[in-house]
Each structure stands twice: as C-alpha cells, then as structure tokens.
Design a protein around this ligand. Structure first.
Ligand code: ZN
Length: 424
C-alpha cells in the first residue's frame, strides 16, 4: 500500500551520535544494532477504525524522532509499518455502523495518511496491510504447525464443518527455541494473565494447551471475511501478521520493534515468539514503547468516547506544527494527558520560535547556534529527551541571538518542526 509524502529533512553540519533508547526487554538504555550502516525499524500500525487520535500521533511522533536521530547520525533507516485492516474491532465497528469493513478501513487509512503528512512524520518504506499479506501469513502458520508450534482447536462455530482455529503452543516454543515467556516484556505471570484477557486474548477458550496460547489463524465464520489457504479458509491472528510482515520486509533480525506501551504484552511478546519459532533467531534487538495519552482523566480510547482527533484539530485551524510541539513537550515514555492548555502553550511557543528565526541576521552560524545543535543532539540521543530539547530552544529564543538559519534547520531536522511561517 502506498504511504504518504516524505518531508524534507535538512542536512546539518557534522554528525550526531547514534541514539540510545530504552529497551523494555532489558530495562536499560541501549544503542540498537547497526548493520552495514543500516537500521531496521518496525512500528505496529493502526487498526483503521479510530484514526488518528492523539495517542496514535504520540506513538508515531516518538519513532519519527528516533528516525531523525539515526538520519542525523548518518545511518540509513529501513522503516516498516503494518495496517491491521482485518480484525475484530474493525469488523464490529463496520457492522455497528452498517459500513462495509473495506470501505471503513480505506477511509480511515486515507485519513491517517493525511494526518501523518500534516504532522511531517517520515513515511515507512514499506506500508503493508494485513489483507496484502494473507498468503505469506498462512504459509508461516502452516510451517509453525508442521514444526509442532501450532495446533488445532475444535471450533464449533466455524462456518465450514470440521474447520478449526489454530493456536500457538507457547510451551513448545519456550522449550525448543531461544524465546521464553517474558523474554520481551519482563512481566510476571499475574500481569501477563491480566493483559492477555484485556487485550484481545481468550484465556478460557476450550481446548487450548496453555491459557495464554495466542491465536495464529481464525477459521472462517459466517459473515466474516476469510481467505482460502493451505491451513484452511480463514484469516490471520493478530501477532503473526506483524511477525511475518516484519520478517518479509526487514529480515530475521532487525534493530527496533516499536509501538504503544499497551502492545508490550501480549502483542510484541508473541510476535517475537512466532518469529523466533519460524527463523530460530531473536526477533528485534530492542523493544521500545511510547506511553499512553489520556484525555479528561482517562486513557484516550474509542470505547470511552474521549478521542481527540488530529483531523478535528486541523479542521479547527490548528497548525499541525503546534500539535507536534504539544506532543513533544512530553517525554515519549511518559503517560500524559492532552489538555487545551498544553495545546495553547504549544501555539504560543511555536510563535515565539518562529519570531526568533524569522529574520536571519548573520552570514555564518553563530556560536550559540552551533551550541544549541550540539545540545539538542546530546539530549535527544539519550532516549529522545524532547522536553529537554524544547527547554534548550526556549533558552536560545529568550537570548535573542543572531542566526544565519542553522537553528531553524536544526529544529526542522531533529524535531520535525517547520519554523517557516505558513502563508495565509
Ligand atoms: Zn504489531
């Protein structure tokens, strides 16, 4: 699937350091593996039925910041993102609203792309919908079954008599591969049980070998989309779709698996388990996660009806650069709350910054400009500390220094904020 237009990233003098990010699988700050000057990044994409709320935007802006630092460090980034365009919540929404699920998905993906472009998020090289990857996922499920990592479970409500759902045997994987339960998430059994039940799992499904075994392949049901395949007619489970799309685009081992912190378990744990069972190798080098965004005291979610949509802010005339700045005022790993006041502060800050760089007054980079670039490189490369970067730029702005344009280029390249005043 095509992604969206790529913003220009201005080159900066010199080179930044290779960034370190917090890895949830080790609980420490690490530099992700670089192979031949390249880094691979996979960030889990949207289920297209509630795009694009500030929670989504915050996650994609975090990993956009990581890419910008890699680029500044002289690395080439292979960025891949999926679209979960066939999934229970999407189908339920389509049924509830009387819209064809394909039309709902397409309209939401279109909106997401427009929002991402407006926020100046660097697009993925490969933007892959699950509906484009059903055949390779089915083939992977067949290989997992053949290798003894997948098993069938009686499915009385299957559309076709005798066809069965297929589950992943986590105990077999823990015994026979380098993956074990908790390798990526480092959670205890109680937390895993809670998150599994909360986040799409089915611990009480009859016939499973382990209550946490995740679904690999869902046999066709009446009224649900399905595809013929070597493992019977049906559709992919949630975790295996990301394993297969990542493996096909990035190879068996890549630098960073990213997403929101609600994906730590079970999604990323089991995507890694499936991939390791398929390849015999550790999946991602680093598992990085962005915090959750709340609004009016609760985590932003469609079910609670407290979504703040990027498209609604744009329609209200809010400059997308101000939205970006409002998000970057928070550390990406923190849980935080979107407020009107936070947005108002971002709008004021953007104006101040634009005033400060509006008229270049020097013919060469001023020492203070170079110092600001160095400071931003330092704070951002240590786990993407955007609040510190914003504070540094605030100090420079308050100083009223001369500029030859380097500051505007720095803010554009590293923070993705265009300080050119929009023409009205
Ligand atoms: Zn995913």
């Amino acid at each position: 699937m095509h992604s969206w237009s790529r913003p220009v990233v201005p080159p900066l003098p010199g080179r930044g350091p290779v960034p370190r990010v917090f890895d949830d699988s080790t609980g420490s700050l690490v530099e992700a593996a670089v192979v031949d000057g390249r880094v691979g990044l996979y960030v889990c994409g949207i289920t297209p039925y509630d795009a694009t709320h500030l929670g989504h935007a915050s996650t994609y802006l975090a990993f956009d910041g990581l890419q910008r630092l890699w680029i500044d460090a002289g690395l080439d980034v292979d960025y891949v993102q999926n679209i979960t365009d066939v999934d229970d919540p999407l189908l339920e929404r389509a049924t509830a609203t009387g819209v064809d699920w394909r039309e709902l998905a397409q309209s939401q993906v279109d909106l997401f792309r427009t929002d991402m472009a407006a926020l100046r998020v660097l697009p993925p090289r490969d933007y892959v919908a699950v509906t484009e990857a059903v055949a390779p996922v089915a083939d992977a499920v067949r290989r997992l079954v053949d290798a003894g990592f997948g098993y069938e479970v009686d499915t009385p409500d299957a559309r076709d008599a005798g066809s069965r759902d297929i589950y992943f045997d986590i105990d077999a994987a823990a015994e026979r591969t380098e993956w074990h339960l908790g390798l990526e998430s480092r959670l205890d059994a109680a937390a895993m049980a809670e998150f599994f039940a909360e986040r799409g799992g089915d611990p009480d499904r009859a016939g499973k070998r382990n209550r946490l075994d995740p679904l690999l392949w869902r046999a066709a049901r009446v009224g649900e989309p399905s595809w013929p395949s070597p493992v019977g007619e049906g559709r992919p489970g949630w975790h295996i779709e990301c394993s297969v799309i990542a493996l096909d685009s990035l190879g068996p081992h890549f630098s960073v698996q990213g997403g929101g912190s609600d994906l730590v378990f079970p999604h990323h744990e089991f995507s890694a388990a499936h991939a390791t069972a398929l390849t015999g190798q550790r999946f991602a080098d680093v598992h990085a996660h962005a915090g959750m965004v709340a609004y009016q005291g609760e985590k932003m979610s469609k079910s609670l009806g407290n979504l703040v949509l990027v498209s609604a802010l744009r329609a209200a005339g809010v400059d997308p650069s101000a939205v970006r700045l409002a998000v970057l005022a928070h550390h990406y790993r923190d849980d935080w709350e979107w407020t009107d006041q936070g947005l108002a502060e971002a709008i004021t800050r953007l104006e101040r910054w634009r005033d400060a760089v509006a008229r270049p007054t020097a013919s060469a980079p001023h020492d203070d400009e170079v110092a600001l670039l160095d400071e931003l490189r330092t704070v951002l490369s240590s786990d993407l500390d955007t609040p510190a970067a914003l504070a540094a730029m605030d100090r420079w702005t308050a100083g009223g220094h001369a500029t030859n344009g380097l500051v505007a280029q720095t803010i554009d390249a590293l923070l993705g904020i265009d300080l050119t005043r929009p023409t009205t």
